[in-house]
Write a protein that binds this ligand. Structure first.
Ligand code: HH2
Length: 266
């Protein structure tokens, strides 16, 4: 089993669910990203719009103005880091790629009609995440007749869109969207389903860090205090072959993975 890549979260937002407002200033966000890289996050995911349930959308120009200076700053501060931009807007993604990002992490999986052509043209990697509706509406209906079948069909339809534009499979990562329009009980099933998603030949990313379902399983209501539960989710995802783990707590996750992988390989 290969060690999953850790994707450290750099939220440049006033309202993210677990760390909103902490890294809104460019310098603070760059310093935070550099620290996550030093702790073992080979990838840094820079986002300028909160996607927590019920979050208000951000004007793409404001979103770009938040993320571009942070990406440029990280390019300089940590040249070896791979930078992804967490955005649903092609305009923001384009500005981020120009500033030095090389991955587009799109939680809407290509809803913006400009996104697929941009990714194809630039030859960059893209994360396609499953969500029903958008962050302002996604928790209104969290019932699925066939959860995994729906997630899979939705993502594969978006993969087909990219393939038609010539994007090779190895540049496409799939993410079942833990916590995005899902009932709490569905989230462990999404993590358990990593092998099923991987069977389509793409790398799989899991983002469970500090999410509400961990609070519901553990009784920990403050998101920033869900580190231990988040590490549990990360190990469970790693055990099932997840390729990339999107996490807030890089040092803790890395420490747990080192022990877990040593036992796996013993
Ligand atoms: N989760 C969040 C944001 N982006 N991207 C992917 N690919 N997968 C995820 O699970 C995912 C994601 C939500 O977490 P966070 O960034 O901490 O919060 P917020 O959206 O409130 O900024």
């Amino acid at each position: 089993m290969r060690s999953p890549v850790l994707m450290g979260i750099v939220n440049v937002t006033p309202d993210s669910f677990s760390d909103g407002g902490r890294y809104l200033a460019t310098d603070a966000a760059v310093a935070h990203g550099a620290r996550l890289f030093a702790e073992g996050a080979a990838w840094l995911d820079v986002g300028g719009e909160s996607t927590r349930p019920g979050a208000a959308p951000v004007d793409p120009k404001d979103e770009a103005a938040r993320v571009v200076p942070v990406i440029a700053g990280l390019r300089e501060a940590v040249p070896d880091a791979v930078i992804s931009v967490d955005t649903r807007r092609a305009l923001v993604a384009e500005a981020a790629l120009d500033a030095g990002a090389s991955i587009v992490n799109d939680v809407s999986a290509l809803e913006d009609p400009g996104m697929a052509p941009l990714v194809a043209e630039r030859g960059v990697e893209v994360v396609l995440m499953h969500m029903r509706g958008d962050p302002s509406t996604m928790q209104r209906n969290t019932r699925y007749a066939d959860l995994l079948g729906e997630v899979e069909a939705h993502l594969l339809a978006r993969v087909a869109q990219l393939r038609a534009l010539g994007v090779p499979d190895h540049r496409i990562l799939l993410d079942p969207g833990v916590g995005f329009g899902k009932a709490p009980g569905d989230n462990p099933s999404l993590i358990a389903a990593v092998p099923r998603l991987k069977a389509h030949g793409h790398r799989v990313l899991i983002g469970a860090s500090r999410k509400r379902f961990i609070g519901e399983l553990t009784g920990v209501s403050t998101a920033a205090e869900r580190v231990f539960g988040s590490v549990g989710a990360a190990l469970a995802a790693a055990a099932r072959g997840a390729d990339v783990l999107r996490v807030h707590d890089v040092a803790a996750t890395r420490q747990a993975l080192a022990v877990f992988l040593a036992v796996e390989h013993a």
